[in-house]
Write a protein that binds this ligand. Structure first.
Ligand SMILES: Cc1cc2nc3c(=O)[nH]c(=O)nc-3n(C[C@H](O)[C@H](O)[C@H](O)COP(=O)(O)O)c2cc1C
Length: 176
């Protein structure tokens, strides 16, 4: 597990190569195994592999999503906000579990934040996506996880740079 966590980096450049259906099934299993508060599973997932849709999703918000147009997949993570008051947490957990699953089977990924972000037109990024993908109310869009075979090499995280000063023992400010 630590090996996967050290190696996972945000990958924004992808090979022009589809992800095998067996691997997509594994990604979907990982999503559906995500824990949720009171086991309410308020999330749903839209797996997008249509290039034209990916290009349109890449314009969901101002900047920092453009690389999605070159990804093999974009997994849109949505949740029914009426099913759970902690849908943000549940959707975030599913998002990172998906990224870690991807890393463990040789795929690169990057989180694209949608909730609280804005489209160029002035509407919410989530509303733009809801119209594009026919997502009904009361669903909210948390994120899109871009995924594909990496076309960039990023070094793994470095153990010597972990911010241990953020960890406290028993009371705030106390080292081990
Ligand atoms: C909640 C969240 C939102 C993020 N949103 C974006 C985004 O919209 N666009 C993007 O390119 N990267 C996004 N990232 C990726 C971060 O920039 C990245 O994880 C961070 O810089 C650390 O780099 P690393 O993932 O390589 O460890 C997001 C990450 C998280 C956890």
């Amino acid at each position: 597990m630590l090996d996967v966590l050290f190696k996972r980096r945000s990958i924004r450049k992808y090979q022009d190569k589809p992800i095998e259906s067996g691997k997509i099934k594994e990604l979907i299993k990982a999503l559906l195994l995500s824990p949720s508060s009171r086991d309410k599973k308020p999330w749903e997932f839209i797996v997008v592999d249509d290039r034209e849709l990916l290009k349109k999703l890449a314009t969901s918000k101002t900047g920092s999503a453009t690389f999605l147009s070159g990804a093999a997949l974009g997994i849109v993570i949505i949740a029914d906000s009426q099913k759970s008051d902690v849908w943000v947490e549940d959707s975030s957990i599913a998002s990172i579990i998906l990224q870690l699953m991807g890393e463990s089977i040789g795929l690169g990924s990057c989180w694209i934040q949608i909730r609280e972000r804005w489209h160029d037109s002035g509407q919410r990024a989530g509303d733009y996506i809801k119209t594009l993908l026919n997502i009904p109310e009361p669903y909210q869009v948390e994120s899109i996880i871009a995924m594909g075979y990496p076309a960039e090499n990023k070094p793994p995280h470095n153990e010597s740079q972990l911010p241990y000063d953020k960890v406290h023992f028993n009371t705030f400010g106390k080292d081990a």
